[in-house]
Design a protein around this ligand. Structure first.
Ligand code: PMP
Length: 390
């Protein structure tokens, strides 16, 4: 079989299983109301939790750095790509997360891979939550250490598995801070206690919690008042830009700089992105009210949907997964929402377990109450039409 014929056959199987994916084009800048493929929608699927992705203060900061440093960094951090903006941002981020030091990666995905492939060694064991993000799963797969998966936020199962492993092996517990598909908050206080009892190190992926959880938006650690050994964040959600950041002790960051291959061999982020991210952190620390508004809006959507009769998963975060069950039905639901001018995706297996397909809503601080009420009204109409609610 020729190359393209072989791939067409494989894609046909992807289509048959209902998992074929296509791209949609955003015709306008991130905001609750956007044009997607030329159509106007209210978007309830963005990670732009604080509305910073199109904030004029970030744009101005990026613009200034663009004129000073150009568009691309043109090298890895260890060769010619390092600028004062990379260093300023790392220092600012470490202050923000209240750690000694921080290190930038090109994305959160690469930060997770970098940590998990450099820190745990052969003979070590990584304990990973069943619902951790794909980048953690890939990091575990690429690591020389063994991986043990524990049931989602199940502390009894984690403890049982910690007990079962030989205590002479170094152990790492890795968890999302806020789980991206379920909106659950990891019980970090309990994880830290178990880690102390069983001599394990704790690694937290705070992608969806950075800027959102905690009094000052510092994330899951601030929410629980604990200090894990390693915190991995992305700048691509509440911070509104892009890139990954690892924060921790000075010696750990020095270690990563020397051993994390996704740091060493990647071209540095554009200085303009770093400058915009720096400004975003200044804003985030003073956005207490916006954070409160965000969580109030999330609660309003969640409780209203529950009152209508929907099963809504997760804790109190801006991620609101509405359980539909059947994958086909979830697709129909998402389509009906689109027909009503609402953009929110159906999440199906293998991203979520079979029978747990869902509409994953995310809310941002910039959604108006009118937009939220419109969403709720649409859920009521569609739910009745599809015989899901009374
Ligand atoms: N971790 C989690 C929990 C995420 O949701 C994401 C983004 N989808 C990432 C890591 C990857 O971050 P980035 O988009 O910066 O690569």
């Amino acid at each position: 079989m020729n190359f393209n014929g072989w791939l067409n056959d494989r894609l046909a199987k992807t289509r048959e299983s209902g998992l074929y994916r296509t791209l949609r084009t955003m015709n306008t800048a991130p905001s609750p109301e956007m044009y997607v493929d030329g159509q106007k929608y209210i978007v309830f699927s963005s990670n732009n939790y604080l509305g910073l992705a199109n904030d004029s203060r970030l744009i101005l900061a990026a613009e200034k750095a663009l004129h000073e440093f150009g568009v691309g960094s043109s090298g890895s951090r260890l060769t010619t790509g390092n600028t004062q903006w990379h260093q300023n941002l790392e220092k600012r981020f470490a202050d923000f997360k209240q750690t000694e030091s921080a290190l930038l990666f090109s994305s959160g995905y690469l930060a997770n891979i970098g940590v998990l492939t450099s820190l745990p060694e052969k003979g070590d064991v990584i304990f990973s939550d069943q619902l951790n993000h794909a980048s953690i799963i890939d990091g575990c797969r690429l690591s020389q250490a063994d991986t043990v998966i524990y049931n989602h936020v199940d502390m009894e199962d984690l403890e049982k598995k910690l007990k079962e492993t030989n205590s002479s092996r170094r152990r790492f517990i890795v968890t999302d801070g806020v789980f991206s598909m379920d909106g659950t908050i990891a019980p970090l206080d309990k994880i830290m206690s178990l880690a102390q009892r069983y001599h394990a190190f704790v690694i937290v992926d705070d992608a969806h919690a950075t800027g959102v959880l905690g009094e000052n938006g510092r994330g899951t650690s601030e929410f629980f008042h604990v200090f894990p050994d390693v915190v991995i964040s992305t700048l691509s959600k509440a911070v509104g830009t892009e890139g990954g950041v690892v924060s921790g002790s000075k010696v750990f960051i020095d270690f990563l700089r020397n051993h994390a291959r996704t740091f060493i061999f990647q071209t540095a982020l554009s200085p303009s992105i770093c400058a915009a991210s720096y400004t975003a952190l200044e804003i985030i620390e003073h956005s207490k009210e916006k954070r409160q508004q965000l969580l109030i809006k999330a609660k309003r959507i969640k409780t209203s949907l529950q009152e209508m009769g929907y099963t809504v998963k997760g804790d109190h975060t801006p991620i609101i997964p509405v359980l539909i069950g059947d994958a086909h039905k979830a697709v129909i639901f998402a389509k009906r929402l689109q027909e009503k001018g609402i953009y929110a995706p159906a999440i199906r297996p293998p991203t979520v377990p079979i029978g747990e397909s869902r509409i994953r809503l995310t809310v941002t601080a910039d959604h108006s109450l009118k937009e939220i009420d419109y969403l709720l009204h649409a859920f009521k109409l569609i739910g009745k039409e599809l015989n899901m609610i009374k």
